[in-house]
Design a protein around this ligand. Structure first.
Ligand code: FO1
Length: 329
């Protein structure tokens, strides 16, 4: 079975652990012997350059999570991390002070930056980095596909201390705690971007396409905005099922509740489902999973209510099961 998952950072990475475990279980029980595959289309709009290093937060969060190197409390960066380099940089007065560069994490950025400078595209850099992390499950092959090899960066037009400013998403999110009211999110470089290698093929060959419970605006949004991705998804012969990131009327983690109003979408499971829209008309969804306590009427989309809190590996596997069941119709 070939499953394509569109994902951002922390929530998407956690969900992928459930998808991989489920496909491993199914492979162990089935006699067909087919090797299940997950291809993750990952948001790169969060990417930024700090201290001369190219950092890809969502790619790294997915890679570290599936490779079991993630710090599970933070949800990002490495377990058993230290911050010596960060402290030394601050002692030199080297900005930005607000970005947490961990000593172990820096090795990833050094290799990525060196390979990018040598002319390797981000997709090949990502494949090289993933070699070390052994993302495959006991039976399931896992491949990370950056949404584009061209740079696309999410910048935020917002008001800071009374002045209209445009800052990188990471600065808005980390330095300003997503507090400045957002006028607009701008995906810089989008017009010159192409779907990353393998993305159109993956969507065309998929047996199921899932939208992880990631931020619809700054994680799933940039992926769908890359010219050609949305069309390829709509043309896929697979059913497309999304999982609501708004659970029990609230955001589980992250800042989707600060992002959705900026694009005029209510912070509800129904609002996000309607924002994605039915594939039968000009949207992208065939199915939409909402939490058991939420209601959602999304015309043209089959809605099911299931537990959507990833409280345990079993709960996450059950979510993946519900999503694939809805894909299988
Ligand atoms: N998030 C923070 O809240 N503070 C940080 O200092 C921080 C540093 C950081 C470094 C590398 C990385 O891969 C992620 C990092 N994050 C940090 C998380 C990141 O901002 C978010 O996970 C995503 O970009 C939003 O989905």
């Amino acid at each position: 079975m070939r499953v394509v998952v569109l994902a951002g950072g922390v929530g998407g990475a956690r969900f992928l652990l459930g998808v991989r475990a489920l496909l491993d279980d199914e492979a162990a029980r089935s006699t067909s012997g087919g090797q299940p595959q997950i291809q993750v289309i990952v948001n790169t709009g969060d990417d930024l350059t700090v201290h001369g290093l190219r950092v890809c937060p969502d790619l790294d969060t997915v890679m570290y999570t599936l490779g079991d190197g993630i710090d599970t409390d933070r949800g990002w960066g490495r377990r058993s991390e230290s911050w010596q380099a960060k402290e030394e940089l601050a002692a030199y007065g080297a900005e930005p002070f607000w970005f947490g560069l961990g000593d172990r994490d820096i090795a990833t950025h050094l290799i990525r930056t060196r390979m990018l400078d040598a002319g390797y595209p981000l997709s090949e850099v990502t494949a090289a980095l993933c070699e070390r992390w052994h993302l495959d499950g006991s039976a399931t092959q896992v491949q990370l596909l950056p949404m584009s090899d061209q740079r696309v960066e999410t910048h935020v037009v917002c008001e800071i201390e009374g002045a209209r400013r445009v800052v990188h998403f990471q600065e808005w999110w980390i330095a300003h705690h997503a507090q400045p009211p957002v006028e607009e999110f701008v995906f810089v470089g989008l017009d010159d971007s192409l779907p990353g290698p393998g993305i159109v093929e993956a969507l065309s060959a998929a047996d199921a396409v899932l939208l992880a419970p990631s931020n619809p605006v700054v994680s799933i949004g940039p992926i769908l905005a890359v010219p050609g991705v949305r069309a390829a998804l709509r043309e896929s012969s697979a059913r497309v099922v999304g999982l609501s990131p708004i659970v029990d009327g609230a955001v589980v983690r992250g800042m989707a509740d600060k992002c959705l109003p900026a694009v005029g979408v209510p912070v509800t499971a129904q609002g996000v489902g309607r924002h994605y829209g039915p594939r039968k008309s000009d949207g992208i969804l065939d199915g939409w999973l909402v939490h058991e306590s939420d209601t959602a009427d999304v015309p043209g989309v089959e809605v099911r209510m299931v537990p959507l809190l990833m409280r345990s590996p079993e709960a996450t596997i059950a979510m993946a099961q519900a999503a694939l069941d809805l894909c299988r119709g």
